[in-house]
Ligand binder design. Structure first.
Ligand code: SF4
Ligand code: SF4
Length: 423
């Protein structure tokens, strides 16, 4: 394995071990290889030609949630997330992308028609399973697909996604563009709808980005650069063509892609460099838009809460940790739900989703996620609000496992409820 850029990036690591103390995975693995320092050592050994077992190196690089805690604490500013993503791509070039990842992210997710077909098949399977579940139990369904086995609970898949449910000509044009993301379009269309309606409450013309492909993050973190680039290129071209003033992202991970990951892929001189910069400049998180566009000022004064402090906010690794967008969501919540909101115990604990990590090692992902939900509940939280699709997906699953009365919502759903009070 040879790669000068990787060598240079890894060379910044002083092997101080600060990262191990904050690593989300280390307490569960208790091996040096699970933390950033161990991975850097393995990578350096592969880059120097000492370690020739490329498949084992690929395995070590894959075993990470990409939560970014290590990077945020690193005194030597090692760009760990970028390093791992680049290493995964380089390794995939040598030994290929694991088959399940390539099928899911390369062949299914980028193509909207196939995603829709998958969702419909899932909905049919869920309907069959529903017969065995007591009606009104509110339980999620076990998803029978091969890559979603192992005790997962998933939502009852809707027959129609959010974008599919839009009327002809509805949300067709506007200087504000809503990038809903795969999960809030296909899995939780009610979140897509809540985001759309509350963004529209700004009084600005809002278009929904109907032609969106997957943001490319799952493929990119899997090392499947080809599929990722296909999606990214398509999105950038279409977004540039639409030329919106602002692009609102209800999902923090999609936002991270457009704000940070995509621009870092296309350096100056690359044909997509300007398009990436154009989109990154206009991309904003949902809560910041709600604040800056004045929607929050239109929310009526919240009534005194029946159960003060029952709503907490989860700091997503990508949205709060990497992009620093935590205070905005809290300000929105304070106005939307008043004293029902309070700081949540363990707000900054990772939910354990980690994108493909959840599929790769569901038992460990669950341990991390179950702990997150239990800690929140132990502090009195009954409703967790979040701003990232993976976190919502994961924490709903984890709540169903260990705290069935815990609700997990997207912040837009609470804003929509507050807006309804104004009518
Ligand atoms: S904290 Fe940074 S410099 Fe220290 S071992 Fe970890 S990656 Fe290397
Ligand atoms: S990204 Fe998270 S899980 Fe991965 S090494 Fe860093 S702290 Fe550990």
């Amino acid at each position: 394995m040879k790669d000068d850029e990787l060598k240079e990036m890894a060379g910044l690591c002083a092997k101080c071990g600060t990262c191990r103390a904050v690593c989300t995975l280390y307490p569960h693995r208790r091996t040096e290889n699970s933390a950033a320092r161990g991975k850097v050592v393995i990578l350096e050994s592969a880059l120097s030609g000492e370690d020739k077992d490329t498949a084992a190196v690929q395995e070590a690089m894959a075993d990470c949630l990409l939560c970014g805690r290590c990077e945020r604490e690193c005194p030597n500013l090692v760009l760990y997330e970028e390093l791992v993503m680049k290493a995964r791509a380089a390794l995939a070039d040598e030994v290929g992308v694991p088959a399940w990842k390539s099928i899911l992210f390369g062949k299914v997710m980028p193509r909207d028609g196939r995603m829709r077909a998958l969702r419909k098949a899932g909905a049919a399977a869920a309907r069959l399973l529903l017969k065995k579940v007591p009606s009104g139990s509110g339980l999620h369904y076990r998803f029978p697909a091969e890559f979603l086995t192992g005790g997962r609970t998933i939502p009852q898949l809707p027959a129609k996604g959010f974008i599919e449910s839009l009327g002809k000509g509805e949300a067709a044009s506007g200087d504000v563009l809503l990038f809903v993301g795969c999960v809030f379009d296909h899995f939780y269309p009610e979140v897509g709808r809540a985001a759309y309606e509350t963004v529209k409450a700004s009084g600005r013309e809002v278009a929904v980005f109907r032609e969106a492909a997957c943001c490319g993050l799952p493929a990119l973190v899997s090392g499947d650069r080809e599929s990722a680039l296909e999606n990214i290129g398509a999105n950038l071209r279409r977004l540039r063509e639409a030329a919106p003033e602002t692009i609102v992202f209800p999902c923090g991970s999609c936002l991270l892609m457009f704000k940070r990951n995509i621009p870092s892929l296309f350096k100056e001189g690359h044909p997509l460099h300007e398009d990436a910069a154009f989109v990154a400049e206009r991309a904003t998180d949902y809560a910041s838009f709600i604040l800056d566009s004045g929607v929050v000022d239109r929310l009526p004064e919240p009534p005194p809460a029946e159960r003060p402090g029952e709503i907490g906010y989860h700091d997503s690794c990508h949205l709060t940790g990497t992009l620093g967008k935590g205070p905005e969501a809290r300000r929105v919540l304070e106005r939307a739900v008043g004293d029902a909101f309070a700081e949540m115990k363990g707000a900054d604990l990772c939910c354990g989703y980690g994108g493909t990590f959840n599929i790769r090692d569901y038992p460990t992902s669950s341990k991390i996620g179950e702990n997150k939900v239990k800690v929140a509940a132990s502090g009195g939280t009954k409703v967790i609000a979040a701003g990232c699709s993976g976190c919502v997906l994961q924490m709903r699953d984890m709540a169903a496992r260990v705290e069935p009365s815990m609700r997990v919502v997207h912040i837009a759903e609470l804003v929509r409820r507050a807006l309804a009070r104004a009518k």
